[in-house]
Design a protein around this ligand. Structure first.
Ligand SMILES: Cc1cc2nc3c(=O)[nH]c(=O)nc-3n(C[C@H](O)[C@H](O)[C@H](O)COP(=O)(O)OP(=O)(O)OC[C@H]3O[C@@H](n4cnc5c(N)ncnc54)[C@H](O)[C@@H]3O)c2cc1C
Length: 309
């Protein structure tokens, strides 16, 4: 893909951040699989991102990623530009009235911790989600009966045309693990509302969340979190278990024995092993229960065949 990348990068606007051709994506995801980004863009700040998008030819595909904890990058890599926000977007500010502003590269866990240290309650569920605030905004990330939509006031971002925008909670159009905000808005920060709380009580709740996660999820493996959304009135893991898929393998991919809505890379999996295993699970669940599972994991990029054709 290098030839194409060199060509693409030549036509891209200058930036203050970094533009990296043929950048490996696997290390940027929890699954540790997938091909390279044609060009990876690490913006210096929101202005840099906006100026880049404004000047970037409209035919160049743009994809944004967070810390890759709900993401499967296909083996043929991702065409166009992949935006990954880093350090300049990690700032967490404690504001008046129990509000917290966080850059979208800040980890959910760091936001939970900062709020706890400031005696702000209500954000402790973020302790249970290993993603970034950008991913939480897009996925309406949630854990233990609370979701991003319960605490969000507004989110700032940049459109594909390079316009800075602010989306209110209503504009985000949230439902379960879904936002109807336009797919081509790249979020740069979020403002959250908490409430006054007791620091040690908040810490106790966060520790409880940590313990529950340790016992119920394969959090130390190469995984992408919950593979499928829970269908209305069902739990995906129960349907998958009932379809006999617990421990099912394909190449180096396996349905977790510990939590069967998690797929894991046992070491040498390719992205297609993981995606095909997921599709096999969907087929078996449909056959045994009649229920169609929808992917929660975001799949991006091209298969090897698509990339070489
Ligand atoms: C062990 C484990 C446990 C998990 N448990 C939970 C859980 O309890 N609850 C839960 O909700 N999730 C859970 N997840 C899934 C995941 O952590 C969340 O979906 C998280 O919000 C994804 O954030 P991310 O930064 O990793 O995003 P990525 O996986 O990198 O991306 C996910 C989506 O968000 C979009 N995105 C990322 N950043 C931005 C941005 N700045 N602007 C616009 N779009 C953006 C991407 O384009 C992509 O569509 C778990 C994952 C793992 C591995």
């Amino acid at each position: 893909m290098s030839m194409v990348a060199d060509h693409l990068i030549d036509g891209l606007p200058d930036v203050r951040g970094e533009l990296i051709p043929d950048a490996p994506m696997a290390p940027l995801t929890w699954f540790r699989v997938g091909g390279p980004a044609e060009v990876l863009f690490r913006p210096a700040d929101a202005e840099d991102l906006a100026a880049f998008l404004k000047a970037c030819p409209t035919e160049v595909p743009i994809t944004v990623v967070g810390v890759g904890s709900n993401l499967l990058v296909r083996d043929g890599g991702v065409a166009g530009v992949v935006i990954r926000m880093g350090k300049p977007f990690m700032r967490i500010e404690i504001l008046d009235d129990n509000r917290v502003r966080a850059g979208t590269a800040a980890l959910d866990m760091a936001v939970a911790r900062s709020a706890m240290e400031a005696g702000i309650a209500g954000l402790e569920f973020f302790r249970g989600i290993p993603g970034s605030i950008g991913g939480a905004l897009r996925m309406n990330g949630g854990a233990y009966e609370k979701e991003t939509m319960d605490v969000l006031i507004e989110a700032e971002g940049v459109t594909r045309a390079g316009e800075r925008v602010t989306y209110s909670l209503v504009d985000m159009g949230y439902s379960y693990r879904h936002s109807s905000a336009p797919a081509d808005v790249y979020f740069t920060s979020a403002l959250f509302q908490g409430s006054a709380g007791d620091k040690s009580e908040i810490e106790r709740r966060m520790n409880e969340i940590t313990e529950r996660r340790e016992t119920s999820q394969p959090i130390r493996t190469r995984t992408g979190g919950s593979t499928f959304k829970n269908p209305e009135g069902h739990k995906s893991w129960q349907l998958i278990d009932a379809a006999g898929c617990r421990g099912l393998k394909r190449g180096g991919a396996q349905v977790s024995e510990k939590h069967c809505n998690f797929l894991i890379n046992t070491g040498e999996a390719t992205a297609s092993d993981i995606e095909e295993l997921g599709e096999e699970v969907r087929t078996r669940v449909k056959e045994t229960s009649g229920v169609t599972l929808d992917w929660e994991i975001r799949r991006i990029g091209m298969t090897r065949d698509e990339a070489s054709s």
